[in-house]
Design a protein around this ligand. Sequence first.
Ligand SMILES: [Zn+2]
Length: 432
Amino acid sequence: MTQPVAPPPVVVDGRRVVPPDVERIDAALRFDLDTREAVAKATVHFTAGGQDGHPALDLRQPVEWLRLDGTSLDPSALPSRDLGAEPGAEMRVLDVSLEAGSPHRLEIGYRLEKPTAAGAEDIGWQDEGVRFDLWMSDLRPGRYLEMWVPAPLVHDRFALSLAVELLGKGRPHTLIANTGGVDAARGGKKWSLRYPAHFTSLSPMLILAPSDQIEVRRSAVVIPDRERSLGVVCARSTDIDVDLEACAADLRAWLVYLSSRYGPWTHGDTFWALLWAPERGMEYDGATTSSVKALEHEVFHSWFGRGVKPARAADGWIDEAWTTWATSTRSSDRLGRFETVELGLDEPPVELYPPSAWSRHTPLAAYTEGARLFAGLAALLGGPERLRAAMADWYRVNLGGFVTTNGLAAHLAAWSGIDIGPWWARYVHGRG
Ligand SMILES: [Zn+2]
C-alpha cells in the first residue's frame, strides 16, 4: 500500500515551511439564529514536521485569537502564504519555528462566515433556521475541511470531533454526517460528532438544515464481503421533487454492484446520500451530496476517490478521469461508458497532474482528457474488461489507503506488461 506523501519543506521569505503531522482536531461551531452570526473555536493537536520549521495548515476564516501550547499569540501570527503552488493554494504558516518532532497544541478562535475560497458557499441564514453544508470540492484549492475548521493537506489522517450548536429562537434542525459517532441532544439544536480517525480533510460530510426541509429514508442492503447489512440513508432537500424510494433502490443496487465488481466496501456501517437541487455532486467517505443525475458517479467515488484516496491533491485527477470513464452517460459526457478508443502519442499533451507538491486542485481536464486517456488505456490493455480488472486489482491492493499517479502507472505496467510511461509523460504530465 502506498504510504501518505507529505510535500517536502519549502523555503518562503527565508523561512522553512514544514507540513506538520496532525493527530486530532476538536472544533466547536456555534450558530446564533437571532443575530445570524456564527463563531468557532478549534484545537489542533499536532507533531511538528520532520525538520525544524514553521508548520503550515489552512483555514479560510478570519482568525480572532490564537494560542500555541497555552500561550497567546497575536491573531496575525498565522498569515496566509504563497508556497509556490497555483493561485488560491496559499496555506497559513505559523510565525513560530518549531523543533522537528515536537508535540504542540494550537488553539484558534474565529468568526464563521463565507470561506475565502473560490466557489465556496455562505452560511444559509433563514428565519429561525440555518442551512449549513461543508460544500467541499476537488476543483479549487482550499475547498476541503479548511473552509470551516483548521486542517492539514489531504495526506494527513486525524481524528476530528465537532460540537455543533444552534443558539437563539429556532425550529428543530436535522444534521446528517458520515459517521456513526453522532450524539444528538433533544430538541434538534445541539450535536456532538466524532469522525473516524482515519479520515483526512476531504472525508467528512456535514449538512445541517431545518428538519422541515429534509426528508430522510433509511433502508439496508446486503453486500458482498460484509457480514452485517449496510445501512443506506437516502435524504432529499424538500426543494426538489424526487422519488426517494426509487433513488434508494438505485443506491442499494450500485452498492452491491460496486462491491462485487471492484472490491470490498471500506467505510463504516452506513452509506449516506443527500439529494439536492444544484447540478453538482460531491463525494465523501461513504457518502455524497448530489443531484439525482450525478448520483451514480458520486457513489462510485466511495470506491475510487474515497475508498482509495489521492495521496496528494495532484493525484485527484485519477479518480475523476476513471469515474467519468466508468460511469459516463451520453447525455453529459463526451465519451460513452467503457469506451475504447486508440490513443497514439501524437495528440496534444495534457497536464492532469499539477507539478507543485503543494498544489491543491484537480484540473477540469480530468473529466474530459482524463477520461479520454482511460479510453486509450482500454485499447492499449486489450479492451474495457481488461482495464476494469486491472483497476479492480489496483483498488484491492490499496484498499482504504492512499494512491499516487506513479503508483498507478507502475501497477498498470506490471499488470499488463505494457510500458505506459510514454502515455503518462504526454497525457498526465503534459510533456510534449
Ligand atoms: Zn467526481
